[in-house]
Write a new protein. Structure first.
Length: 94
């Protein structure tokens, strides 16, 4: 799974890192990209690496306390609350 954050404010970077750490602790393999690449470019990276899921983390999503997890094959999107990150493992492992 690829997590992308282009945010550069310190609170956003810290929260992004905390989210990634929590997801890794659930047993999900995670790659991160903290560049400012466009979403389309990130989809290309995920496809080249044959990743099954991608998740974009923005300051807006952090404010809303909700992440969007996207299945790269079916293109299905899942909204995951940041206080229920264990749901990501359930989705990814099915």
């Amino acid at each position: 799974m690829l997590f992308r954050s282009g945010e550069t404010t310190l609170p956003a970077v810290i929260e992004f890192n905390n989210i990634v750490k929590e997801i890794i602790e659930t047993g999900v393999n995670v790659s991160t990209d903290q560049s400012n690449r466009e979403k389309g470019d990130m989809y290309k990276v995920a496809e080249k690496q044959a990743l099954s899921y991608i998740c974009f983390v923005t300051e807006e999503s952090l404010k809303n306390k909700e992440l969007i997890l996207k299945n790269m094959q079916s293109r299905e999107e899942f909204k995951i609350k940041t206080n229920k990150l264990d749901e990501i493992r359930k989705i990814v492992k099915t």
